[in-house]
Design a binder for this molecule. Structure first.
Ligand code: ATP
Ligand code: MG
Length: 332
């Protein structure tokens, strides 16, 4: 990969389920919009996905599906879009970070606490605890300056900076400290079934009404939005409750509108009007993506080859950072 002089950005997404509207509005859409401003590294983080149990055949399919969806949203072919496990340096650097990270830092992570509370610590793998070290490795292998993340990943990014600072203090400046890029609109879309929870792939696997998937057909999208949780009011009022606010947030993010504009449009309208407007907007934004996706998936061999080539271009960059760290800690 040639250095373009633009700041480097690392973006990661897990192939643990189909991508949903929250992933699109909170992350992918901004990646596409901003791609020309940066030198981008888009990573399908399959090693992160196996921190929770995955069916092997599904993991393979979700990986290709996600690659297809990302390209279909408009990520350009010449950008580095690759699969994490194709570049072994990710796991190697993560191991080194784990050894320099106090366990307490990892035990304090909200995602770790949520997942152990949900599944119990006997039933989940240790990767759930050490996940942030792998994420730190992903970012720092490429000396990325920025990481576009949703609110949910902010704490992991703070850890990334902390471990970088710790290594830099001990060994001299060997790592670049990354910064979060958090977009205001659509920063966190909530679940349709429960607006207290963020829309999330892993949760959607067992709760079909929770998320709109980017590849859901129009009739499914309409049904899911029709069933989305609202509150007991007969019509849209401001300030609205959490369910209605989430629908309005989806709408205004898709339409690039500010709050006063949606307030003018929907104040006093029945929920049915709001829901059908939201469904129309979602279907309209996803239809062209779905169309391009079907074209891309008609040739999986080409798609696989593109992913392999990207990993080959990135490997020397990743290996150079790994070597720098290995030398610093005395492994080389
Ligand atoms: P999982 O439940 O498996 O963690 P996820 O839906 O949180 O899945 P990730 O692969 O962890 O998805 O995240 C991919 C990107 O999407 C990240 O940048 C993340 O911040 C963003 N993202 C995830 N969920 C939302 C959401 N509900 N709203 C906005 N952005 C989101
Ligand atoms: Mg997540």
């Amino acid at each position: 990969m040639q250095s373009s002089g633009k700041p480097r950005v690392f973006s990661g997404i897990q192939p643990d389920a189909s991508p949903h509207l929250g992933n699109y509005l909170g992350a992918i859409r901004n990646w596409v919009r901003n791609q020309d401003r940066y030198e981008n590294i888009f990573c399908i983080v399959d090693l992160h996905a196996i921190t929770l149990p995955q069916d092997p055949a599904k993991l393979r399919e979700f990986t290709l599906e996600l690659a297809g969806v990302l390209l279909a949203t408009g990520i350009k072919e010449d950008q580095a879009l690759f699969v994490q496990s194709h570049v072994p340096a990710h796991a190697e650097l993560a191991w080194i970070f784990e050894c320099f990270t106090p366990i307490g830092w990892l035990e304090r992570m909200t995602q770790f606490k949520d997942r152990t509370a949900r599944h119990g610590s006997e039933r989940i793998g240790a990767g759930v605890l050490t996940y942030p070290s792998l994420m730190a490795a992903d970012i720092m292998l490429y000396d990325a300056k920025y990481v576009p993340v949703g609110e949910d990943q902010r704490q992991h990014l703070e850890y990334t900076r902390d471990i970088a600072q710790r290594m830099n203090q001990r060994f001299g400046n060997i790592l670049v400290l990354p910064e979060p890029l958090i977009e205001k609109a659509g920063a966190e879309i909530k679940g349709l079934d429960d607006p207290q929870k963020k829309m999330s792939k892993s949760f959607a696997r067992d709760n079909p009404g929770h998320a709109i998937f980017m590849l859901d057909p129009p009739d499914v999208i309409r049904k899911k939005i029709a069933r989305a949780q609202t509150d007991a009011e007969p019509a849209v009022r401001f300030p609205a409750g959490p369910g209605v606010t989430n629908l309005l947030e989806i709408y205004r993010t898709i339409k690039d509108q500010d709050w006063p504009a949606v307030e003018r449009e929907f104040a006093g309208k029945p929920y049915s009007v709001l829901k059908s407007a939201v469904a129309d907007a979602v279907i309209e934004v996803l239809a062209p993506i779905q169309h391009r996706y079907r074209q891309i998936r008609s040739d999986d061999a080409a798609l696989r080859q593109q992913l392999r080539r990207a990993a080959e271009r990135l490997t020397p960059i990743a290996n150079a950072t790994l070597l720098r760290v290995q030398e610093a800690v005395g492994l080389r």
